[in-house]
Design a protein around this ligand. Structure first.
Ligand SMILES: Cc1cc2nc3c(=O)[nH]c(=O)nc-3n(C[C@H](O)[C@H](O)[C@H](O)COP(=O)(O)O)c2cc1C
Ligand SMILES: CCCCC(=O)C(=O)O
Length: 347
């Protein structure tokens, strides 16, 4: 039985083709940013409060009209069928069972309609393509399938250089698998495109396409957080794409406080990257995040045990967060504050 996410990772590694393990695990360049995400949590320590009567704890959170049973969401990750034959359908089943949001990647390998049939709350991640008609087709389809928010990835004007994949020659999905939601109006499957020509006008363009909330994923600079507010975005995700885009970028946890300060409570601020324990979730919330997302741990759960494996990962995080809350003297995420977190040398 996996007692923690590292155990789940080990089980996944035993099952996965090493090429696919490296695709999931890897980052860009020297993987400094990939390591920094986890290391940033290892530098944080807690100053708990005592005698706070935290008996009736409540992890529920409301996010842009979506109710979640805990402030831990499933980050958008590509190619779930490389981890398990049921792919994103299994992930969605687990997220639905756990009562949280799954953000469906634009590079999902199952059709969004089938993912939605699992019954949970979905948001949809978008890479903004240069072809507006195509982007419109994809967004309308996702919203028609029931996706309740659009998570626009803005950290990818070009593709990051992932040397593990280059070494393996891993460039595409195996035969029989495609990005099912990349079909254009004629039903042809397009390639994912990184778009280096898009600017802030994108927000208004997407607003005209859909009424669902729009989040920007990949905001790190506080000035961009201010611009996001100014452009009427509904939420931001502090993310460095799990260290897969620009190596050398700051750890997300280190970028979070300045973004939170810049936003000043006007929007929810989510964060992802390197969260592996309930106490990591607690630290992110204490430093001002409204919720967090987990990427690789979900893929590990999926590879290790399909929907049950993903559910186990989410349940471990929930139990761990609940215990950590009680032990720092908080009954709910809203009770947390930055004074509970101190910085020290990793043990
Ligand atoms: C294998 C893999 C595929 C990913 N695919 C996408 C994607 O399609 N779209 C996207 O916005 N982010 C993608 N990401 C980034 C995640 O959404 C998230 O930012 C990151 O995984 C969080 O870090 P963590 O894996 O340490 O939890 C991917 C990450 C991984 C590991
Ligand atoms: C072409 C799919 C892009 C997936 C992605 O964003 C990632 O692997 O990090």
């Amino acid at each position: 039985m996996a007692l923690n996410l590292a155990d789940v990772a080990a089980a996944a590694r035993r099952r996965l083709d090493p090429v696919h393990w490296d695709f999931f695990a890897g980052g860009a360049g020297d993987e400094r940013t990939l390591r920094a995400n986890e290391a940033a949590f290892a530098r944080r320590f807690l100053l708990p409060r005592v005698l706070r009567a935290t008996g009736d704890r409540d992890l529920r959170t409301s996010l842009l009209g979506s109710q979640v049973s805990m402030p831990v969401l499933v980050a958008p990750t590509a190619f779930h069928r490389l981890a398990h034959p049921d792919g994103e359908v299994a992930t969605a089943r687990a997220a639905a069972g756990a009562g949280t949001v799954m953000v469906v990647s634009m590079a999902a390998t199952r059709p969004v309609e089938r993912i939605a049939a699992a019954g949970g709350t979905l948001w949809f991640q978008l890479y903004p393509h240069t072809d507006l008609e195509f982007t419109t087709t994809v967004v309308r389809r996702a919203v028609a399938a029931g996706c309740r928010a659009l998570v626009v990835t803005v950290d990818s004007p070009v593709f990051g250089r992932r040397e593990r994949d280059l070494r393996h020659g891993f460039v595409d999905l195996p035969p029989g698998m495609v990005c099912e939601n990349m079909r254009d109006a004629d039903g042809r499957v397009r390639d994912i495109e990184m778009n280096a020509r898009v600017g802030w006008e994108l927000v208004a363009v997407l607003r005209r396409l859909t009424t669902v909330p729009i989040l920007l994923k990949g905001v790190l600079h506080p000035e961009d957080a201010r611009l996001a507010v100014e452009h009427g975005v509904d939420g931001v995700v502090v993310s460095n794409h799990g260290g897969r885009q620009l190596d050398g970028v700051t750890a997300t946890l280190d970028a979070l406080p300045a973004v939170v300060a810049a936003v000043g409570g006007r929007l929810p601020v989510l964060v992802d990257g390197g969260l592996r324990r309930g106490v990591d979730v607690l630290v992110a919330l204490a430093l001002g995040a409204t919720a967090v997302l987990v990427g690789r741990p979900v893929l590990w759960g999926l590879a290790a045990g399909g929907a049950a494996g993903v559910r186990h990962v989410l349940d471990l995080l929930r139990a761990d967060l609940d215990r950590a809350l009680a032990l720092v003297g908080a009954a709910r995420p809203g009770d947390l504050s930055a004074d509970l977190v101190t910085v020290g040398a990793p043990a």
